[in-house]
Unconditional design. Structure first.
Length: 441
């Protein structure tokens, strides 16, 4: 297969701590563990958690407290500093930051905080040099507040097992340095596959399916004998863990979702390898719903608004033909399902693009997503959104996409803050929503 698409390269090599968000160094199918690990796991699961849980929202409330992960990176090459510096400068001046970092880049981080006048409202948590955690602060837990107590204790609730073992230690490190507590759930989830509206919790349907497998294979969840429907039982467990006062809505498709694959292509007369369908789920077009769905609050009619990314819309703006591996029909199916559930669905452009690694002759396709954004819906102070941008460097053709996403949010009544270039993150299946965790709103 030959291609006429031009070469697109990152200006600098990317560090290992910006590894793909769906990478795993844990065998999620393993049910046997050593006695010591099993004992530790059970102790964390049985530790008392919130009696009346209220999960911290993805969009509603002012941005009071945010967690970031700022790991060490390849010396002299790519730096996270410019990305976080841009964020610290553009986020509200009242937002507090807790930042987990390696000792080798603390000075770099302090410079970024000082230059944006954010030092006094920031807490830096040192991680051991040997701990291989990544930038993706969103995923290894959800944040739940216990509203049954006057103090409203907050918990970092971890899943039964997390696919990146280094990141699985983040909750304990943060809990030791803050007022938060860390507990473990017997359920399977990741933060990026959960979105929390005003009265609903959306979860990508792949993870309830994984939880059903845990129940069938493990012995840490007792299913009462009178349970007739295992699906409803699993749904109840999520509601009890996350928030008993919000509806739980599964997001996915019944259409067949192609799995990641490679194929040979010819570029400038040379044989290359092309990676397509990178990051698809089993029943989701992308393995985390925060990559293609944004919460936009209530319309004047009272309907809840959801922005759902559309590769087809992006192709129309760019004046190009859609390619099969853009999965346009699957994103359309998810959007139609949500609309049929009563939501007001707004389509926004989400282009499929690619990056080239000429040294190893690999071309990788990915979505330049603006849906993976930061949102503040606050009636008293107004609504704001922080959008990643992609019309930079070899991807200058995406400038009209950035402009259209900005226009859509402004039309919805949001103040828009455009952020810096997020291609290095999107190439690894994440963006700005993935590199933070809302600890308090």
């Amino acid at each position: 297969m030959a291609t006429n698409n031009p070469i697109r390269k990152n200006p600098l090599p990317l560090p290992a701590t910006l590894a793909r968000r769906n990478q795993s160094d844990v065998d999620l199918g393993a049910t046997s563990r050593s006695a010591s690990v099993q004992t530790t796991l059970l102790a964390k699961i049985t530790k008392p958690g919130p009696r009346e849980p209220k999960i911290v929202s993805t969009a509603h409330g002012t941005l009071k407290h945010i967690l970031f992960c700022y790991p060490a990176y390849a010396s002299g090459e790519f730096s996270y500093k410019q990305v976080y510096e841009d964020l610290f400068r553009k986020l509200p001046k009242t937002t507090r930051f807790t930042i987990l970092t390696h000792p080798s880049v603390i000075n770099d981080l302090l410079e970024a905080l000082n230059s944006t006048n954010a030092s006094e409202r920031s807490t830096i948590v040192e991680a051991p040099d040997f701990l291989n955690f990544l930038v993706w602060a969103e995923d290894p837990y959800v944040v739940v507040q216990d509203i049954s107590t006057a103090e409203g204790t907050s918990f970092l609730v971890e899943p039964h097992v997390f696919s990146r073992s280094g990141d699985a230690a983040i909750a304990e490190l943060v809990a030791e340095a803050t007022h938060l507590q860390s507990i473990q759930s017997p359920l399977y989830f990741q933060g990026g596959n959960v979105l929390i509206g005003d009265d609903s919790v959306f979860i990508g349907t792949d993870y309830p399916e994984e939880t059903k497998k845990l129940i069938e294979e493990a012995e840490n969840i007792v299913v009462p004998e009178d349970v007739q429907n295992i699906d409803e039982f699993v749904k109840h467990l999520y509601i009890k863990t996350f928030d008993s006062n919000r509806k739980l809505i599964y997001v996915g498709t019944e259409l067949p979702v192609p799995q990641p694959q490679t194929r040979p292509i010819t570029i400038d007369g040379e044989e290359w390898t092309e990676e397509i369908y990178t990051g698809t789920g089993e029943k989701q077009p992308i393995f985390h719903i925060d990559m293609f769905i944004s919460l936009a609050g209530r319309s004047p009619s009272g309907k809840y608004r959801l922005l759902v990314g559309s590769p087809t819309y992006a192709d129309k703006i760019l004046g190009q033909e859609s390619v099969d591996h853009a999965l346009g029909e699957i994103f359309d199916d998810v959007a139609n399902t949500l609309q049929n559930l009563g939501f007001e669905v707004i389509r926004n452009p989400m282009p499929l693009t690619y990056v080239d690694l000429p040294d190893i002759k690999v071309r990788t396709w990915y979505f330049a997503t603006a849906n993976n954004c930061l949102i503040e819906i606050a009636p008293n102070s107004g609504n704001s959104v922080w959008l990643p941008t992609y019309g930079h460097g070899d991807w200058a053709d995406l400038v009209p996409i950035d402009a259209e996403n900005k226009r859509i949010w402004e039309e919805l009544g949001f103040k828009v803050y455009e952020l810096t270039d997020f291609h290095p993150f999107a190439q690894n299946l994440g963006s700005v929503h993935c590199i933070k965790k809302y600890l308090e709103r």
